[in-house]
Design a protein around this ligand. Structure first.
Ligand code: NDP
Length: 517
């Protein structure tokens, strides 16, 4: 079978996984590099979404009843299935999202590793345990466990269409929930493929992971469908709308939103390594990375060397859709206008454009943006303050690492960041004071590949955490249980307690706690 025929089969199977719920309209997903149709998908209306969620609730009971071991076995089967079809899925990601095949492999590999970790650690993080009952309930046993919420609605973006939603889907499933996933309108085939793969790998719990497709209204219907929680990943403006919709039904939300991440390059940094990381962090995936590097603050001691090294490295990059291209087209065409506005505004405010930029050559063909490096960008310009989400990088000279930190933190966002420094203790201190959910030292984006580490932001970058134990707990409610082991001679929580019980209690509390000043 030729690759094209094979891809058609994949897409047919994927489409089949979302066509079980009747709808009146459909939409096309197209390849950003060629405009070719990747697949046709239903626009699920509120009734279809409600029907899917009802099926998911039925599946959730069975899924939760399998227990940690039963779920782990099936999640392992799913990751095995994905690993065996890694290239097939990567081809679809390349077609529908536009990123190079090699980057798709990297993204899917990360997702598979998270699946393994979530399945393997769910019992330890969430399972029943005894906790100390403490002084006032010494005659009781106390138990804690984290129970699933039922059905989790996952709404995802198009930029990492496998890794990003899987950060919620894998952890929600491992915690014992069913999942209904609404992928972005730009990447429905990938979402549908993931659900079709689940049905094939886990046939006895097929409805535990389902997909609905459509536009923002389909996502809004999922918010209103009575799910136990919405895990939203996307932009801050859409996040606000999702929260407002979820407020109607008091549905809790997890918000994974955008960022304006900064890199700090200190006096004693390895400048070549920092430049390599900055260029990758800013330009890979065409800069369409929530935790991508958008701003660099380099100290005066290294600034010139850093700029020269970045410039040299950026000149080696070439966007395109062939196998040798370093990054692909912009997945969402309208984002090109945002990038162009940020670059144009910065240039007219006095910024120096040292590569790429606004001239026609800098946008080398329909759908592509050239790698663009901007120097001396005023701190109040859009290129510094708003999420650009394109292959651009601003580099600003600062006095020292303290000034770099202060500027890095001067943003409404707070997703991630990076620090290049020769001093471990100084770098750790800066990392702790960086106002962000994640920071990597002497590398970029590494925290995303450590399954044990929680992932999420502060401020306009959102709240709640995926990944790690926190990510498992995000999709549960804590359940507290006590069991009386033996009765005390006097029970202070009874109307039949003796009159002097309160005095005795006050004496004990005074003895135990009163000595602390
Ligand atoms: P959007 O915010 O535009 O969309 C995200 C999802 O929400 C899509 O599935 C979208 O559907 C859906 N949606 C749109 N309107 C509504 C609505 N009213 N109610 C419910 N759902 C709705 O983000 P993008 O897809 O453009 O993704 C890029 C953004 O995601 C960037 O800001 C990026 O930083 C952020 N991001 C954050 C990550 C993190 O972990 N913090 C990771 C990856 C990306 P449709 O596409 O059909 O409109």
């Amino acid at each position: 079978m030729s690759l094209a025929e094979e891809m058609d089969t994949v897409t047919d199977v994927a489409a089949g996984s979302v066509e079980r719920h009747a709808t009146s309209s459909t939409f096309e997903s197209t390849a950003p590099a060629t405009g070719a149709v990747v697949g046709m998908f239903p626009v699920h209306d509120p009734d279809a979404v409600a029907e899917t969620v009802t099926q998911a609730f039925a599946a959730a009971e069975l899924w939760a009843g399998l227990g940690f071991d039963g779920r782990r076995q099936r999640l392992d089967a799913y990751r095995g299935y994905l690993a065996r079809r890694l290239h097939e899925l990567a081809d679809l990601v390349h077609r529908e999202n536009g990123k190079p095949h090699a980057d798709a492999i990297l993204e899917i590999s990360l997702a598979i590793d998270h699946l393994a970790w979530a399945a393997g650690h769910a019992r330890k993080a969430l399972g029943p345990r005894r906790v100390r009952a403490g002084l006032l309930a010494a005659n009781h046993a106390a138990y804690l466990e984290y129970q699933p919420l039922g059905v989790i609605g996952v709404i995802g973006p198009w930029n990492y269409p496998v890794f990003t939603p899987m950060g919620s889907i894998a952890y929600a499933l491992a915690a014992g929930n069913a999942v209904v996933f609404k992928p972005s309108e730009y990447t429905p085939a990938i979402g549908a493929w993931l659900a079709a793969a689940w049905r094939a790998a886990v046939p006895d719990a097929a409805d535990a992971f389902q997909v609905v497709t459509g536009f923002g209204d389909t996502g809004a219907a999922l918010c209103r469908a009575g799910v136990g929680k919405i895990a939203f990943t996307g932009s801050a403006p859409t996040g606000r709308k999702v929260m407002a919709t979820c407020a109607e039904t008091l549905t809790p939300v997890l918000m994974e939103l955008g960022g304006k991440d900064a890199m700090i390059v200190d006096d004693d940094a390895d400048v070549v390594a920092a430049a390599d990381a900055a260029v990758w962090g800013a330009m890979s995936n065409g800069g369409q990375t929530c935790i991508g590097v958008e701003r660099v603050y380099a100290t005066a001691a290294v600034y010139d060397r850093f700029v020269a090294e970045v410039t040299a490295q950026v000149r080696e990059l070439r966007p395109g859709s062939d196998d040798e291209a370093t990054y692909g087209p912009m997945t969402m065409p309208s984002q090109i206008d945002v990038v162009r506005r940020h670059v144009t505004d910065a240039a007219s405010a006095g910024a120096r454009v040292i590569t790429g930029g606004t001239d026609p050559d800098a946008f080398p063909g329909e759908g592509y943006v050239a790698p663009t490096v901007l120097l001396d960008v005023p701190e109040d310009s859009a290129a510094i303050r708003e999420e650009t989400f394109g292959p651009t990088l601003t580099i600003t000279k600062v006095r020292d690492a303290e000034e770099a930190l202060q500027r890095a933190n001067d943003t409404s966002y707070g997703l991630a960041g990076s620090i290049f420094s020769g001093s471990k203790s100084k770098a750790l201190d800066l990392a702790r004071r960086m106002r962000s959910g994640m920071t990597s030292i002497n590398s970029v984006l590494t925290f995303a590949s450590v399954p044990a580490l929680p992932f999420g932001g502060v401020g306009d970058s959102g709240f709640g955490r995926i990944h790690g134990e926190d990510g498992l707990k995000e999709f549960t409610r804590a359940k507290a249980i006590t069991r009386q082991r033996f009765a005390l001679p006097t029970n202070p929580m009874s109307f039949r307690r003796p009159a002097n019980t309160a005095d005795q209690l006050a004496r004990i509390i005074g003895m135990v706690h009163g000595r602390h000043r």
